[in-house]
Design a protein. Structure first.
Length: 104
């Protein structure tokens, strides 16, 4: 019984870590036009905030919890910030926002 008593807590910890990763493996991605018009993408829900740099007009935010979000695309001057509400993230499924057109 002693070996089981040592293995059981480790198994529980591993199961919890696996469950955490399974419930936080969604991603949100998209791109901006025109190229080089934006700096960073911010994904916000309540007090949760994620951000990612925009490289070559594309962004990807990983490990997003399921829920509803607002995305703010931080514009590079002279472009303005762009805001989109109602971004729905479903567990384990990517959310592709497509091309976001930046305005001056």
């Amino acid at each position: 019984m002693k070996p089981l008593a040592k293995i059981l807590p480790v198994g529980i910890i591993l199961a919890c870590l696996l469950a955490f990763n399974l419930f936080n493996n969604s991603l949100v991605k998209g791109s901006v036009t025109p190229p080089d018009s934006a700096i960073r993408a911010w994904l916000i829900s309540g007090t949760d905030t994620l951000s990612a740099s925009i490289d070559h007009s594309e962004f990807e935010l990983n490990n997003v919890k399921p829920g509803n979000y607002r995305i703010i695309i931080e514009g590079r001057p002279p472009y303005r910030n762009t805001v989109k509400d109602g971004i729905k993230v479903v567990d384990g499924q990517p959310s592709d926002l497509g091309v976001i057109e930046m305005q001056k």
